[in-house]
Design a protein around this ligand. Structure first.
Ligand SMILES: Nc1nc2c(ncn2[C@@H]2O[C@H](COP(=O)(O)OP(=O)(O)OP(=O)(O)O)[C@@H](O)[C@H]2O)c(=O)[nH]1
Length: 385
């Protein structure tokens, strides 16, 4: 990132010391400065004509006239070039001179003058200056030769400075692009993570009812079991199946049947969401009209209360006469029996089938549950036969 509170020379770290080092490398010293200054009175009257010749030649090149673009810009360039040529013979090549050269590089880069075009212009200017000096110093060959040499060194110093600005501009463009790429990559990462999460969520859900599917239920059982083992609190697994669901489909149509399944799923989900403090669980659809619920943290009586509440809520589904058979199997940790989810499902499923056998034709809901006292609706099935 560019530090805009610093001058160009500061940004490029070209202070007095660096400038003298560069001059020394080019063997440019005070005699060169004196050689050039000595020529100023001679060349000054010729600068206007020289700059005109320079731009006449430059604008012959289509690439350059395209960049210059219009008359006003051309006239501004004439002014800038007259100042530059005057400065070349000013004999004073300090920090201010450096700043002007750096700005020239910056402007050339900004308006799109490529290094090759810049160098072709410099080559043309050097040719014109040398011809002019040769004419002016026709009688003084030795003076012409040393002035030309000094001018060559100074222009090399100028080119170094201009190219430094080109390089710095390219570096900062690369930094900008890198920065943008980094931002893009990180936003892409976030999007991918979000999409992955959305896909994972989606792959865990039953598309019709929005509650968990069988796969997700299987994944979620293990952590629930660990919780039960650590806290020595039970898990109760409900397995539910609608009684005569085929008749609902046949009588009211498949899409109405879908709605009934959705309402039933919502009712089961509500039960999970309204579990008492300390209890938790999940509701899932195992396919067709079969649902599975796992609830952690409730004792026998509290479980029975939850089942009764669930059947109470089920009465709110009024569009259809709906009855459900439910089998509920317990896992009570600390008894040395370590059932898998499949064992528990199989147990709850058999209990559900027993309940269904009682319920069939009655139109009532029926529950078969481990661990509970017998009454008319809740049949007791011994937990470990
Ligand atoms: N509307 C609808 N029906 C479905 C869907 N999936 C399965 N079914 C139907 O659900 C019915 C399930 O029937 P079963 O459970 O075998 O039988 P049932 O009629 O409920 O009878 P019992 O279980 O013996 O009480 C079948 O008719 C399936 O075609 C679904 O996503 N939407």
């Amino acid at each position: 990132m560019q530090n805009i509170s610093q001058s160009l020379a500061e940004q490029l770290r070209i202070g007095e010391l660096e400038l003298s080092r560069r001059k020394r490398l080019l063997d440019f010293d005070h005699t060169d400065a004196a050689n050039l200054l000595e020529c100023l009175p001679l060349i000054a009257p010729r600068i206007g004509e020289l700059v005109n010749d320079f731009y006449l030649a430059q604008t012959q090149q289509p690439e350059i006239s395209l960049i210059i673009g219009d008359k006003d810009t051309l006239s501004r360039l004439h002014g800038a070039m007259r100042r530059y040529v005057t400065e070349l013979f000013s004999g004073d090549y300090d920090g201010e001179y450096v700043s002007s050269r750096l700005k020239i590089g910056q402007v050339h880069h900004r308006i799109g003058v490529s290094p090759k075009l810049y160098l072709s212009g410099i080559n043309q200017l050097t040719g014109l200056l040398e011809t002019c000096l040769q004419e002016l110093l026709a009688e003084h060959e030795e003076r012409f030769l040393r002035t030309r040499r000094s001018l060559q060194k100074l222009m090399l110093l100028d080119n170094q400075l201009v190219f430094d600005t080109y390089i710095a501009a390219l570096q900062s463009e690369i930094e900008n692009v890198n920065h943008q790429l980094e931002e893009y990559a990180s936003s892409l990462e976030q999007t991918v993570a979000q999409r992955t999460q959305e896909l994972t969520d989606l792959s865990n859900r039953d598309p019709l009812t929005g509650i968990f599917n069988q796969r997700a239920a299987q994944k979620m059982f293990e952590p629930l079991k660990q919780l039960a083992d650590q806290s020595l609190k039970p898990i109760c697994l409900w397995y539910l199946d609608v009684n005569h669901f085929k008749m609902i489909n046949d009588g009211m149509g498949h899409s109405q049947g879908d709605k009934v399944l959705q309402q039933l799923a919502d009712t089961i989900d509500q039960t999970i969401k309204q579990l008492p403090k300390g209890a938790q669980g999940y509701a899932s659809r195992f396919g067709g009209d079969e649902f599975c619920v796992a609830i952690f943290g409730l004792g026998d009586a509290q479980q029975q209360a939850q089942i009764q509440q669930f059947f109470g809520r089920l009465k709110a589904i009024k569009a259809v006469s709906l009855s459900v058979s439910l089998g509920a199997a317990f896992y009570s940790p600390g008894h040395g029996i370590e059932p898998t989810l499949e064992d528990l499902i199989s147990r709850a499923d058999s209990l559900m089938y027993m309940a269904k056998a009682v319920a069939h034709g009655s139109g009532d809901n029926e529950v078969m549950m481990d661990n509970l006292p017998e009454d008319t609706k809740v049949q007791r099935i011994p937990s470990r036969a």
